[in-house]
Design a binder for this molecule. Sequence first.
Ligand SMILES: [Zn+2]
Length: 194
Amino acid sequence: MRADEVRKQVAGFTAFLKAAGAEVLLTTNEWELVRFRTADVTSVIYFNKKGETSFTGDSFTAWKAFRNNQAWKPALATEDGKRAPRVKKASPVIRTVRERDGDLCFFCRKEVIESEASLEHLVPLGHGGPSHMSNFFLAHKVCNSRAGHLSAVEKIAFHVREELKNAEKWWKRDNKVGTYFLRSRGDSTFPRDY
Ligand SMILES: [Zn+2]
């Protein structure tokens, strides 16, 4: 599947997803064509610089149904045909924290889905930390409990280290794409290699 083919039909496809009850999410970087959530599964259609696509989660099944004009129901039912338990509603505080900071874990800087979400108290309540938004961050339950013994300063150091690692990763990738683009234009006024 070529990325161009998907891109041309993104508007129709997202309308199809919404009509089926999926939650269409904003893409989180330039290599994503579509991102959506059904029950606890986040599905993404990615592409690479060669214009090739890859499908994760339910995205391929949904895309196929969309292309073939078939009905598609997000996977909410269990095998015995009963409805799966409803997705746990986010607590209002977690929702507010997500709106403020985005959906990444304070520690590992990866996406946090609702069933794995917890509130990190940067300064623990037991150490006089305020029970207030200013002290709350989004974190995976696992990451949160692993970081339980760290002081606030150590937690921030961990956060910064992971953030820098990510920034470096994206910079390297963008840089590669930039070099590729310039080479393909045969532009000699820019440095070819960094
Ligand atoms: Zn995490």
